[in-house]
Design a protein around this ligand. Structure first.
Ligand code: ACO
Length: 328
């Protein structure tokens, strides 16, 4: 019997048309292009239109990935949307996407694992395809984070952007595909390190004033410290799980949270920055969408080609973290 694997056969991304530059932000809050670039690496971010929902961004990205895979929406068996900014609490964003892209045979559900969600989705898709229960799965990361930042809070509003990225996971030849992965979480860390109470069921024990509960709040320093230690750690874990070394890797596509976190990971791993794909300057932090958007950008720039061995690594609220190695 010919051995097979589960792998990525299509990639797509969608970024809203509107762009907000650091110069634009200088007119909104007391900040400067110099501060934003030097502290985060961000130069601009895309902002969703008022009439766009997360499922709209996700559906555009998914349609592009399905086309790139040379499939039709009717070929899709499962739609997974990783997001922390769903259209609504009920129904799931994935069901809206399933309807919008006309994937009429597909089941659909959301994953909430913050910036790690897309890689969690890939690990789930790998299992379903490998065990033969699903043929083609669309895994999407999609966010409209700019709708949940306080535009008077300079510590938050400069950091985030909107967008969506998607891949199709299907059966591929054994020498390609998704390899070892590592998923993790630590729910004992303070919730206030990164939270958005919104209309969730939890009320009371974390004091959040009424006017703050619909905004994302973050302890930037705590998350920075976490990012600096977890990112190199999970890149190594994906390599070990896949019996690879960094010499085997063409590109590492990390979650785009802060250029200084990526530079620190490169240093700790003893690798040059050329091994890391970076687009935070153009896209800002798009949480669950950041890794698939980066994959799409890297592919369009010719930095990622079929047959390349790469590592994806994300970390974020929860806390959560996730990494996976793959041959494209
Ligand atoms: N413009 C100008 N000054 C600012 C701004 C701004 N936009 N924001 C903060 N400052 C000021 C602060 O008020 C502070 O001033 P002070 O010293 O007078 O008090 C000073 O700049 C330094 O602020 P810090 O918070 O210490 O800046 P830091 O170097 O820590 O950078 C940042 C902040 C960029 C948020 C960083 O901590 C970071 O990137 N953290 C990690 C974020 C992250 O990785 N998130 C990932 C998860 S996202 C998710 O899951 C959705």
């Amino acid at each position: 019997m010919v051995k097979k694997n589960a792998g990525i056969i299509g990639i797509g991304a969608y970024l809203p048309d509107k762009i907000l530059t650091n110069a634009d932000l200088e007119k909104i809050v007391d900040t400067s292009d110099e501060w934003i670039v030097s502290r985060s690496g961000i130069r601009k971010r895309h902002i969703a239109d008022a009439n766009e929902a997360t499922s709209d961004l996700a559906a555009h990205a998914a349609s592009k990935a399905i086309k790139d895979a040379q499939l039709n929406p009717g070929d899709i068996d499962m739609v997974i949307v990783a997001t922390i900014t769903p259209d609504m609490m009920i129904p799931s964003t994935a069901t809206r996407v399933q309807g919008k892209i006309k994937a009429t045979h597909a089941c659909a559900f959301d994953i909430e694992a913050a910036c790690s969600g897309f890689v969690y989705g890939l690990a789930i898709a790998k299992s379903f395809v490998l065990n033969g229960e699903m043929r083609n799965i669309v895994v999407i990361g999609a966010e409209i984070l700019t709708r949940y930042v306080d535009w008077n809070d300079r510590t938050m509003c400069v950091l985030f952007g909107d967008g969506a990225g998607a891949v199709v996971v299907s059966t591929v030849d054994a020498e390609r595909g998704l390899l070892g992965f590592h998923l993790g979480a630590d729910g004992n860390t303070p919730r206030k390190w990164l939270m958005l109470p919104g209309s969730g069921s939890f009320n009371g024990s974390v004091p959040v004033s009424e006017d703050r509960k619909d905004f994302m709040t973050m302890d930037g320093k705590a998350i920075f410290k976490f990012g600096v230690s977890i990112l190199p750690n999970i890149i190594n874990k994906a390599l070990i799980q896949s019996h690879l070394t960094s010499n085997d890797i063409k590109l590492i596509v990390p979650h785009q949270a802060n250029i200084r976190i990526i530079e620190s990971a490169a240093k700790r791993l003893g690798l040059g920055m050329e091994k890391f794909y970076v687009n935070i300057d153009q896209r800002a932090n798009t949480s669950a969408a950041s890794i698939p958007i980066a994959m799409s950008d890297a592919k369009n720039e010719g930095k990622l080609q079929n047959g390349d061995t790469i590592v994806l690594a994300g970390f974020g609220a929860g806390l959560t973290w996730a990494s996976i190695a793959l041959v494209l």
